[in-house]
Design a protein around this ligand. Sequence first.
Ligand code: HEM
Length: 381
Amino acid sequence: MQGGIPAWEPLSAEVLADQRGSHDRMRAACPVAQSPRGVTLFRHADVLAAASDPVTFSSAASTFRQIPNSLDGPEHAAYRALIDGFFTPQRMGALEPRIRACAHALMAALPRGTLIDAVTDIGYPFAIRAQADWLGWQGVEVELLAWLADSHEATRSADRSRTDAAAAAFDDIVAAQIRRRRALGAAAPRDPTAELLDVRICGRPLTDAEVVSILRNWTAGDLGSIAASLGVAIHFLAAHPDIQSALRAAPGELAPAIDEMLRIDDPFLVNRRVVTATTRVAGFTLAAGTRVYLNWASANRDERVFGDPDAYQPREHARHNLVYGAGVHVCPGRPLATLELVVAVEALLRGTSRIVLAPGESLERETYPSGGWRRVPILLS
Ligand code: HEM
């Protein structure tokens, strides 16, 4: 054990059975805890401080080069400048009607009065259709859905050969999209995938490996986040009929409302860092080389900042909300995620008069590396 840091095991059956409750208990008992994989920071102040100090807390914590996630310093800034240009308000405004059409089509086709699962019947299909539409990947929805299911199973199995195979399968899907656009040349559609083949970094085009890495971070991880976030938001609405009614009457409030639902029950649990020079966190010494987990889900429920972590106060809590991270690695995809989530929830509310949790059906929690729900049985009317 390093520097007297208490131990915990985030993959133990006890923690997996109730991740949110475990984080709450850990945060109350100790600001940091150590597992064989690294030191987890639980408190808002410590997570925010580490995310805001990328020199001491480097993002080069993974074995693979991930663009831009695993980069630091000026190299990271150069790729971020390029990537941020894909999520401008103008681009999001132009995309909105297509995402809206996608959401309306999906919500209109959902059965009324019959048991459905908010995660698999709404979250995944919407996330895949919206992302495929944005990227111009028409015709791969079925393949992506199958991949997402495989990838989830592989992650749960914790079997390295299965997760490697899932990653390779995803790279094949992306590589086929790149080949198609290269073959079409000037006739290729002007979608974000084709645009990535044209952008330049330090005066040269991106390599195929870089394009694949960027697209992997835009899709592989984020399909899951959008699907899981929809599961959390729909569960929250079904479990809080008063808030559901208020939002039906004021859909303009949906963006801060969804951010607050995700703060209370954050599906995006942790990101990793590696300490570059001996430092202290909450009175504990972390040696250079220590792997650190920024636990966003716990930080977002810190009583020191939010009082009662379950109190729903969108406007009051917005300033401290860490759902999309903080510092130089703060999520560049937030405008797209917010657009997709708001449009999907608005379409669901407009297309229904009531969303309820299905009586007698059990909810299932998602487990590490994700939070939120695996199954949210609901009835629409
Ligand atoms: C509800 C959905 C989402 C959530 C909760 C979320 C959350 C986050 C968080 C917490 C980070 C910080 C990572 C860190 O500090 O290491 C992050 C980074 C990132 N997100 Fe998102 N994200 C979402 C959707 C998206 C979408 C839709 C995209 C792109 C299409 C995206 C692309 C990225 C990328 C590329 C990074 C790395 C940024 C960097 O390292 O500079 N995210 N996201």
